[in-house]
Design a protein. Structure first.
Length: 218
């Protein structure tokens, strides 16, 4: 399919629903959070320019979760940050180990009508320079950048057929998996190098055999 056959749309009429979070009286505060719990309440550190990161997590109880009306994620939802660091994207697919997740007030959920837009395609689309450049050009505020929903609705998208979306995302995810595998291999090699260095140059069993000297006396 050529680019001329792609469907042009704004976010408002693309087949992607924008869902805001709960900001009412039951919105969690400091005392509601814990290191473990029923529902992961996403914070800004969880949604990065590279996708989800779960190093610093905040959880709420099931009882607190049930008091909140909006902002609960479903599998295949896309998360977009809209305050502070604007434009970071996460994808709640089957690889994410947490079953229950909610957005905070600085995010929105993008939920796809899959007959029009595949979630995995929307994820990569919103990470693309085409969308990211638009986001950064229309955001408001200087000290605290924001992306209001009313403004976000005007984002311009180019969307191919479902078949083409599938082909594109299969290719990207395949490459992304290879990058992730190479990263793990590199991390493992770095760790092995550290161990080898320690064994060769810092022998713990014979520390008394080492002495200080200058290069010209070696």
């Amino acid at each position: 399919m050529s680019s001329s056959e792609w469907r042009e749309a704004t976010l408002a009429n693309s087949g992607i629903e924008i869902i805001d979070g709960d900001r009412g009286k039951n919105y969690p505060n400091g005392s509601d959070f814990s290191d473990v719990g029923y529902c992961l309440f996403l914070n800004a550190k969880n949604v990065t320019s590279e996708g989800f990161v779960f190093n610093e997590n905040m959880f709420i109880t099931k009882q607190k979760d049930e008091l909140l009306k909006k902002g609960k994620l479903r599998r295949e939802d896309i998360i977009l940050t809209t305050r502070g660091t604007v434009g970071n994207v996460g994808y709640f697919n089957r690889k994410i180990k947490y079953e229950n997740m909610r957005i905070n007030s600085g995010m929105v959920i993008l939920r796809c009508l899959e007959s029009k837009v595949l979630p995995e395609f929307a994820y990569w689309l919103f990470r693309s320079p085409i969308i990211q450049n638009q986001i950064h050009s229309i955001r408001t505020g200087s000290a605290q950048p924001q992306l209001p929903i009313t403004v976000m609705k005007n984002l311009k998208l180019a969307i191919p057929s479902i078949l083409e979306q599938k082909t594109i995302t299969d290719t990207i995810f395949s490459l992304d998996d290879k990058i992730e595998l190479n990263k793990k291999i590199n991390d493992n090699l770095k760790q092995q190098t550290k161990v080898l260095f320690k064994e060769m140059f810092l022998p713990l069993s014979l520390p008394e055999s080492w002495k200080e000297t200058t290069i010209d006396h070696v």
